[in-house]
Design a protein. Structure first.
Ligand code: CAA
Ligand code: NAD
Length: 283
């Protein structure tokens, strides 16, 4: 079954980026979130992105940008949003129970040939699929932030994911001009297990007064040629996301992954990073 219509569930940082990206490559996207207001704000911000990053740079005409925008339809009702789609991409909060609940609902709402993908950063795909009847169609399609820009997609093969679903997801990812790596299911997969450790250590160095956040970021950018330092990266991703990843990795893999106390304090104070206007830096 050719993939033409998608449903993206969760219109936060990642869901909105995935919607922008996939609509830009010609897919029709039904974007779902819990309130009309969130969805309207997101559509406006996608419109602004298309203007700023494409129309203003003469990469797209205004008309082409409008066509992309019109391919994105907004829904608060999942049942309506998954009708006639060939793939669902879930991008809700990084919480196992929420994702498990969502995937078992989707089980009943979608035909068995619809691919069900999670954009989770770290949670086991096999566990997300635990309550589902058709586990073979569940896969991790891990995009990176900002989704329209970053070149990698990490595909995560759950214990029961079929080779056919991996192959179709690979073709889909490549149709978005991304490069794919396929990895086996394991907490944090490859990329999040590595980058979380770096960001968490950087936050701990800052907490212990070894250097300022600015100097830690500057050091990493210049020493390692990173485009962004680890503390500003944590603000970009969302400090809550790294905190949840850390808690999960600690539970599954051991104490060495324990989140820094400062990361916990930031989350408890609502200093989540760019999305709340304040994190380690102000935006
Ligand atoms: N939509 C489309 N294009 C965009 C865009 C968007 N939302 N944001 C930026 N761009 C484009 C710009 O138009 C620009 O394109 P050109 O070079 O063709 O002109 C390019 O991206 C670079 O953007 P800017 O010049 O505005 O900014 P920059 O050079 O400072 O780059 C950045 C910004 C791409 C975010 C860069 O700082 C970067 O790569 N940072 C690291 C990001 C990273 O590591 N992401 C992964 C995080 S981990 C993760 O996502 C996984 C997880 O599970 C947590
Ligand atoms: P976010 O907090 O920005 O957005 C999550 C969105 O999901 C919110 O708009 C929320 O209203 C919506 N939502 C929550 N429950 C819902 C439900 N039941 N139905 C519909 N919508 C619901 O989060 P995010 O940063 O976009 O992360 C989303 C997922 O992507 C997480 O699993 C995260 O680990 C993963 N991820 C994040 C990044 C990143 O850099 N932020 C990168 C790759 C993967």
């Amino acid at each position: 079954m050719e993939i033409k219509n998608l449903c993206v569930i969760g219109a936060g940082i990642m869901g909105s980026g995935i919607a922008q990206l996939t609509a830009s490559f010609g897919y029709n996207v039904n974007l779902v979130d819990i309130s009309d207001q969130i969805l309207k704000n997101v559509k406006k911000s996608i419109e602004i992105n298309l203007e700023r990053f494409f129309v203003a740079k003469n990469k797209l005409t205004k008309e082409e940008a409008n066509k992309i925008l019109h391919r994105i339809r907004l829904y608060t009702n999942k049942e309506e949003a998954v009708k006639d789609v060939q793939m669902v991409i879930e991008a809700v909060f990084e919480e196992m129970e929420l994702k498990q609940q969502l995937f078992s609902e989707l089980d009943n709402l979608c035909n068995n040939n619809v691919i069900l993908a999670s954009n989770t950063s770290s949670l086991s795909i096999s566990d997300i699929a635990l309550n589902s009847k058709f586990k073979e169609r569940i896969i991790g399609i891990h995009f990176f932030n900002p989704a329209p820009v970053m070149k990698l997609i990490e595909l995560i093969k759950g214990k029961k994911t079929s080779n056919e679903v991996v192959e179709k997801s690979k073709n889909f990812s490549e149709s978005l001009n991304k490069t794919v790596v396929v990895v086996n299911d394991s907490p944090g997969f490859v990329t999040s297990r590595l980058i979380y450790v770096l960001c968490n250590e950087a936050i701990d160095l800052f907490k212990k007064g070894i250097a300022s956040a600015e100097d830690i970021d500057k050091a990493c950018k210049l020493a390692f040629n990173f485009p962004m330092g680890p503390i500003e990266l944590s603000d970009l991703v969302g400090n809550d996301i790294y905190y949840h990843i850390g808690q999960y990795l600690e539970k599954e893999l051991g104490q060495k992954y324990q989140p820094s106390i400062l990361l916990q304090e930031m989350v408890e104070s609502g200093l989540l990073g760019r999305k709340t206007g304040k994190g380690f830096y102000k935006y």
